[in-house]
Design a protein around this ligand. Structure first.
Ligand code: DUC
Ligand code: ZN
Ligand code: ZN
Length: 411
């Protein structure tokens, strides 16, 4: 098959003070190759007050010479000053940084509605795609403060602090803003039926709204965050895993084309680590547990086994959801995402009958656990080739790190 493309991963991204992401570009792309991927798209986070160019230079310094797969960077805009929106961003889009993530929540990341509209408008004019983290800041803050007053502070209550209506409302607002501006948008990491239906309705009305979902919304539920002690922290991500009807809705979205990309949202924090899931204040409240879970290597095996293996999707849709559609949406097609004359020879050989019980030691990432520990899958990548050269055979990558940053075309 064409090598996997994972268009939503976080590597070496700075977080709250004292919190450290578990994967560098080296370990993250190594694990990606183990899981059958040949291209990943990590985020380049603009820190408040920082220029976008400086942010890109920082990430390039982390990535250069260290990657087992090819990469392309999305921008995260947190500080949309007139200089950033008027000058830097248009220039960078023209240079191929054609996708921009924005957040509707988190103290350090969220944009005001006025700024979301402004970013969407620059994207419309310059031909970039805005990716939206759709959860509403004020509602989460209100619920978090109420839960804390009631002493409901265990990791499980992370889910209760951002229930389905919080995501649905923000999804609706993001879609409305894209419609008002007259542009497209990608709603990322959709977790439930109500948000999926907002996107489907928009698509049925003829709006070009795109959707993404992830493995955690197919095979995890809020019950996983209810494990004893701090174990639940291993499953804390945003949006949180929901319930069985949400899982069914995410499958429907994949089957019907509401979701065109299936990404990992790999966002790894070590479990046995004060710089990770056991952050010092995490015992006092879920709000201090860093949000995010690893999954870069397990994305394709989970969708293959649960989707193709169980008759929910066919092999062609699997390839579209894990490779081709990512290349098309993010300006890499036909160099990537297809097996064709003139395209890069990015391939994954798949043993469709291999039975594997997922365990962390197989994945070779920088984390110390996988939320999918013990999950039995049928089908596993046995060899990955990047531009014709083998970079992984039978779970071994060697030390060859020939991945490079890709040029992308306008949206
Ligand atoms: N959003 C992501 O995309 N990844 C992890 C955490 C988050 O809020
Ligand atoms: Zn997000
Ligand atoms: Zn993410």
């Amino acid at each position: 098959m064409p090598g996997g493309i994972d268009s939503h991963v976080h590597l070496d991204q700075p977080g709250a003070p004292g919190i450290v992401m578990a994967d560098t570009f080296e370990t993250g792309t190594r694990s990606a190759a183990i899981g059958g991927n040949t291209t990943v798209l990590p985020f380049c986070l603009q820190q408040k007050g920082q220029s976008l160019r400086q942010a890109i230079a920082d990430y390039q310094a982390k990535a250069n010479g260290n990657c087992y797969t090819d990469i392309a960077l999305h921008l995260i805009i947190t500080d949309p000053t007139p200089q950033v929106l008027g000058q830097e961003l248009p220039a960078l889009i023209a240079e191929g940084y054609t996708s921009i993530k924005i957040f509707m929540t988190y103290d350090d990341l969220k944009l005001a509605d006025r700024d979301i509209l402004a970013v969407l408008d620059v994207a419309r004019q310059q031909r970039a795609l805005v990716m939206v983290h759709a959860e509403g800041y004020d509602a989460i803050r209100f619920l978090t403060e109420r839960l804390e007053r009631e002493g409901r502070t265990a990791p499980f209550f992370h889910g209760a602090s951002r229930p389905i209506p919080v995501e649905r409302e923000a999804t609706h607002r993001a879609i409305s803003f894209a419609e008002i501006v007259g542009t497209e948008a990608m709603i990322v990491h959709v977790s439930n039926r109500q948000a999926m239906e907002e996107i489907r309705r928009a698509q049925q009305r003829g709006l070009r709204i795109h959707g993404e979902t992830c493995p955690q919304y197919l095979v995890l539920t809020e019950a996983d965050m209810d494990r004893p002690g701090m174990e639940g922290a291993k499953y804390v991500c945003s949006p949180p895993p929901r319930d069985s009807d949400s899982q069914a809705a995410c499958w429907e979205g994949l089957q019907q084309g509401v979701f065109e990309v299936f990404s990992s949202d790999h966002c790894p924090y070590r479990y046995e680590d004060e710089a990770g899931k056991k952050a010092p204040d995490g015992n006092n409240s879920f709000r201090y547990v860093p949000n995010g879970i690893p999954g870069i290597a397990t994305r394709m095996p989970i969708l293959f086994s649960e989707g193709v293996g169980k008759g929910r999707i066919d092999l062609n849709r699997f390839v579209a959801l894990t490779s081709t559609n990512h290349a098309k949406r993010y300006g890499l097609y036909p160099q990537k995402g297809t097996i064709a004359v003139g395209s890069d020879a990015d391939l994954v050989l798949w043993d469709a009958t291999r039975d594997v019980v997922i365990t962390h030691s197989l994945l070779k990432d920088g984390c110390d656990y996988t939320p999918y520990e013990g999950l039995a899958v049928r089908g596993w990548p046995v060899r990955t080739l990047l531009r014709g050269v083998t970079v992984m055979t039978d779970a071994e990558t060697g030390s060859r790190r020939s991945g490079m940053e890709l040029q992308r075309s306008l949206f």
